[in-house]
Design a protein around this ligand. Structure first.
Ligand SMILES: Cc1cc2nc3c(=O)[nH]c(=O)nc-3n(C[C@H](O)[C@H](O)[C@H](O)COP(=O)(O)O)c2cc1C
Length: 189
């Protein structure tokens, strides 16, 4: 239990660009996915799905991103194109978490969104628990409809995050955190 608490208290992100090999292997990725899949979920809807980008698939996605970015920003120069192509290959492994809402039961979409956020956070924690690091990014590509189309997202689906996983190149510095005490009040009737 102490270790679990330390994990929760110490987790922090490492920038995808500061990640190196090794990334999670098949067993570690499976543990990450199972942790992500086990979240509070009103109505047992499981309103999420995953797209895994491993190895050369990251390169292929990077090429698609550069093309899409160029289509949306016709003034794009070669440096910018190369930067977009490099986004998915910053880290050894990337997993897109797709919010996939269900109307099978009268569960508010807001609750389904929150569950999907919990999926992402559980995945980061599961990576951390296994000695890897992670970062949850959206950037432009999570909001660009042409990327959604390229990834085969259905109507109503959205990218909750592109989660990057790998090994930290350096020990990450702590960042300033919002003040906890300022955010706690006690109901007194
Ligand atoms: C939904 C979501 C989207 C995010 N998207 C970005 C992003 O596009 N770019 C970025 O620099 N950080 C983004 N972040 C923040 C990082 O994931 C991370 O939380 C931040 O670097 C602070 O690190 P920490 O996890 O150690 O607190 C996002 C976080 C969340 C929850």
């Amino acid at each position: 239990m102490t270790n679990a608490l330390a994990l929760l208290h110490e987790r922090r992100s490492v920038k995808a660009k500061d990640m190196v090999e090794p990334g999670p292997d098949a067993a570690a990725l499976d543990a990450i996915m199972r942790a992500g899949h086990r979240v509070p979920d009103h109505g047992k809807l499981g309103p999420w799905r995953f797209i895994v980008f491993e190895g050369d698939a990251r390169i292929a996605f990077g090429k698609a991103l550069a093309q899409i970015y160029g289509a949306v920003n016709p003034e794009m120069g070669p440096d910018t194109a190369a930067a977009q192509a490099g986004l998915p290959v910053r880290a050894p492994l990337m997993v897109a978490v797709i919010f996939s809402p269900s109307d099978a039961k009268p569960i508010p979409e807001w609750e389904q969104i929150m569950s999907t956020g919990a999926v992402c956070q559980n995945m980061l924690l599961a990576a951390h628990a296994q000695g890897y690091v992670g970062q949850w990014l959206t950037e432009w590509m999570a909001f660009e409809p042409k990327v959604a189309t390229h990834l085969g997202l259905k109507k109503g689906e959205r990218v909750a995050g592109f989660l990057y996983f790998g090994t930290a190149a350096d020990n990450p510095a702590e960042r300033e955190r919002p003040d906890l005490a300022m955010r706690i009040s006690h109901y007194d009737g």
